[in-house]
Ligand binder design. Structure first.
Ligand SMILES: *Cc1c(COP(=O)(O)O)cnc(C)c1O
Length: 398
């Protein structure tokens, strides 16, 4: 079954009793038993819920995984994975992970005496150098956030396997439509379902996928023991969002490619980072391990903070907001917004400059998005020319 068919038909949801085409919302906490211990597979909704089952099975089918588990947020899913570890264990992580992951690891998990090494995983030698006796897990995102660095997942899986470590890949940015880390050798895939998988800016959720039945059993135990599960209605909404995942991802990418090429040619843009551009230093790896390049990009505008603020203010269709992966286009400044929790020295080391802008390109009509960026850039071009006393004609045409 191909992906676009799977999103609709992988899990048979037609109700045998009523013929209802869509899966019901089982908004219930408990299930009546025929006799003590005689139940129909459900006892209590933290442990299991039929609406959640449909979501978990659909997500597993999309990642080509044997098992799926849904959580109340991406971070709840990540925290549950970290509970596989104990005091004294060591984890190697990619150095520009999602800022909330960094915070959870360094400010919460470190208190349980789990230690972390942050390495630039674009260089495989760096990972081997960071390995220790007690290294139990390698954690990566690819592409990373916000600098869209890629990690060679297959190479990482080889290192993980030969050193008895679990490889966990946060696949939020690509979704299984563009990248399937389990097929590249990862042990666990993590998602913030909040982003592309749900896609409609109305649910916070997370997920874990694995092929390893033993790992699944441990994670399923932890899901119930910790209890960070999603409600039935949120599960239903995500299942609904997933029905258009392939169509949305195609449009996100179509728009993002055009916008990336447009920005790359604009005189006010210093650099554009998008894995689909030839200029991306890992474009070849992107083509090898992904089947598309997604809808996320970052760029540096050649102006000061006031100029950037004016640019953001003049946009009509790009909302200034954190989060990503929804149908609406979003724009944000990592240094002040999503990555403000990182110390300034860390941000500079990573290359997150104050002028770095992150775009989550939505599924609006591309012509409108391009015209919007164009007019907002022109508005600062005029200011820029005036301040620099350069020929306005060449930049603003006025
Ligand atoms: C948003 C995000 C998370 C955290 O997910 P929440 O649903 O916000 O808890 C983790 N990883 C990545 C890459 C994200 O973008």
């Amino acid at each position: 079954m191909e992906f676009g068919t799977k999103v609709l038909h992988a899990v048979n949801k037609v109700c045998p009793k009523t013929g209802a085409l869509t899966n019901p919302i089982y908004q219930t906490t408990t299930y009546v038993q025929d006799g003590p211990g005689e139940h129909k597979g459900y006892e209590y909704s933290r442990t299991g819920n039929p609406t959640r089952d449909v979501l978990e099975q659909t997500l597993a089918a999309l990642e080509s995984a044997n098992h799926g588990l849904a959580f109340a947020s991406g971070l709840a899913a990540i925290d549950t994975v970290m509970n596989l570890l104990g005091a004294g264990d060591h984890v190697i992580c990619s150095d520009d992970v999602y800022a909330g992951t960094f915070r959870l690891f360094e400010r919460v998990k470190a208190k349980n005496n789990i230690s972390f090494s942050w390495v630039d995983m674009t260089c495989p030698g760096a990972i081997e150098a960071a390995l220790r006796e007690n290294t139990k897990m390698i954690w990566c995102e690819s592409p990373t956030n916000p600098l869209l660095k890629l990690v060679d997942i297959q190479a990482l899986a080889t290192i993980a396997r030969s050193n008895n470590c679990l490889l966990v890949v946060d696949n939020t940015f690509m979704t299984p439509y563009f990248q399937k880390p389990l097929l590249l050798g990862a042990d666990i895939v993590v998602h913030s379902v909040t982003k592309y998988l749900n896609g409609h800016s109305d649910v916070i959720g997370g997920a874990l996928l694995t092929n390893d039945t033993d790992l699944y059993k441990q994670l399923k135990f932890l899901q119930n023991a910790i209890g960070a599960v999603p409600g039935a209605f949120d599960c239903w909404l995500v299942t609904r969002g997933l029905k258009t995942l392939h169509v949305r991802m195609q449009q996100h990418e179509y728009n993002a490619k055009k916008i990336a090429h447009y920005l790359e040619r604009h005189p006010l843009i210093k650099r554009v980072i998008y894995p689909g551009l030839e200029s991306h230093p890992q474009h070849a790896l992107a083509k090898k391990q992904m089947t598309g390049f997604g809808g996320m990009m970052t760029f540096d505008v050649d102006t000061d903070l006031d100029g950037i603020k004016l640019f953001l203010k003049n946009l009509h269709y790009f909302s200034l907001a954190e989060s990503l992966g929804c149908v609406e286009s979003l724009i944000e400044l990592p240094a002040i917004m999503t990555h403000a929790a990182l110390p300034a020295s860390e941000r500079i080391k990573l290359g997150i400059t104050d002028g770095l802008v992150r775009l989550s390109v939505g599924i609006e009509d591309c012509a409108d998005l391009m015209a919007d960026l164009d007019q907002a850039l022109s508005s600062i071009a005029c200011n820029y020319c005036a301040a620099q006393r350069v020929d306005q004609q060449s930049l603003c045409g006025s």
